[in-house]
Design a protein around this ligand. Structure first.
Ligand code: F6P
Length: 399
């Protein structure tokens, strides 16, 4: 009897809505291609010492499409760390890598799907360099991975933050208060920017744009003069203070471990109240943004990521990560994808926000739209994408 073809999958790093949708997408599409699937538990930890995995099948993945979290569990504090800081490589322990190789061989895996953010994909990249057949699937609510327009989980987090702003809006208006909403976004302000636009924020503070307390207070007072007695401020947890410092919840507990951010909202609220005399309150949204059901968009993206990750294994395109460049799903070498993607401070979203009068706390009030010719869209990440774009253009030309 021919030996079963088998694929492994794991979810690593911080969780986000849509991980289960990827797992389901992988299982269904792998089965279609004649593969069995095993899921490793607690991220990379399940790969070695002790190896822990479960078979994944129709039975245990049915109904998980709409569930938050991950049925496989995850960790971002384990033994597998391939970065020191942002984009700063740290070598994995060779013994661990050898252990992973043995697991992959013993389970006769055709490929291993690693679902993770920049840190977790940096681990996958080192696996690839060591001959382990991996493919990557990008995941993070922060949306800060390059080569993919969006990661799943992002819009679910934005939905949560927008809902919070909607709720804060009515109470802020009723009490003529300033409300500061602190959202996640360690290195990039995507959640703050998108939720700020979607939820009618008046001030958006992100790590990419330097801001000052003066400018933020001025924005509050300018609204007051126009008869708007309340203001909504959205701030990314990673937005640096004018001194250049980030606000931490606590100091680093272990070397190479990322610090816990949190508290910038409170600092800002305190200063606004002091400078404007307006009563100011803070809400820190925290992990609420990481939980709950994925939005429809995230389910669609996550499901496609799962199916296309299987395709990469079938095509033996190891060391690649699935990427979404609307409307196309393509792939890029993982090494090119683990760069940070931050908000383009001159991009369309920031320009539109400024045109609406939203303040970024930098004292810039209105910026004329900059002309961006259509052909300046990002270059396609790989040959398949380039070919697909050419096909699409040709089709549009004929229509
Ligand atoms: O990277 C996603 C993220 O949600 C960041 O925005 C946040 O700083 C971090 O994870 C929190 O991680 P943890 O749950 O380990 O504290």
């Amino acid at each position: 009897m021919a030996e079963a073809k088998r694929i492994g999958i794991l979810t690593a790093g911080g969780d986000c809505p849509g991980l289960n949708a990827v797992i389901r997408g992988v299982v269904k599409s792998a089965n279609t291609h004649g593969y069995e699937v095993v899921g490793f538990l607690r991220g990379y930890e399940g790969l070695v010492d002790p190896v822990s995995f479960i078979p994944l099948n129709h039975k245990n993945t049915t109904g998980i499409l709409c569930q938050g979290g991950t049925i496989l569990g995850s960790t971002n504090k384990g033994r597998f760390s391939a970065t020191v800081g942002v984009n700063d490589r740290q070598e994995l322990d060779p013994e661990l890598v050898a252990g992973v190789k043995t697991t992959v061989e013993q389970l006769n895996l055709s490929g291993l799907i690693c679902v993770g953010g920049d840190g977790s994909l940096a681990v996958a990249q080192q696996f690839h360099e060591n001959g382990i057949p991996v493919v990557g699937v990008p995941k993070t609510i922060d949306n800060d991975l390059s080569s993919t327009a969006f990661t799943f989980g992002f819009f679910s987090a934005v939905f949560c933050a927008t809902d919070a702003l909607d709720r804060l809006h009515t109470t802020a208006a009723s009490h003529e208060r300033v409300m500061v909403l602190e959202v996640m976004g360690r290195h990039a302000g995507w959640i703050a920017l998108y939720a700020g636009i979607a939820g009618g924020g008046d001030v958006i503070l992100i790590p990419e744009i330097d801001w000052s307390f003066d400018n933020v207070s001025q924005a509050v007072l300018a609204r007051e003069q126009k008869g708007k007695k309340f203001t909504l401020v959205v701030v990314a947890e990673g937005a640096k203070l004018p001194t250049g410092d980030m606000v931490l919840q606590e100091e680093r507990r272990k070397e190479h471990q990322q610090v816990r951010l949190g508290g910038v909202g409170n600092v800002i609220a305190h200063e606004i109240e002091r400078r404007t005399g307006k009563e100011t309150r803070t809400v820190v949204l925290g992990h609420l943004q990481r939980g709950g059901a994925p939005t429809t968009f995230d389910r669609v993206v996550a499901t496609q990521f799962g199916a296309h990750a299987v395709r990469l294994i079938v095509e033996r395109k190891f060391g690649h990560m699935i990427c979404y460049q609307p409307p196309l799903m393509g792939s890029v070498p993982i090494i090119d994808a683990i760069e940070l993607s931050t908000v383009d401070t001159e991009g369309s979203a920031v320009q539109a926000a400024r045109a609406l009068g939203i303040s970024f706390g930098d004292g810039v009030h209105e910026l004329p739209f900059k002309y961006q010719p259509e052909e300046t869209v990002t270059a396609p990440a790989d040959k398949e994408l380039a070919a697909a774009i050419t096909r699409r253009k040709a089709k549009a030309g004929k229509a």
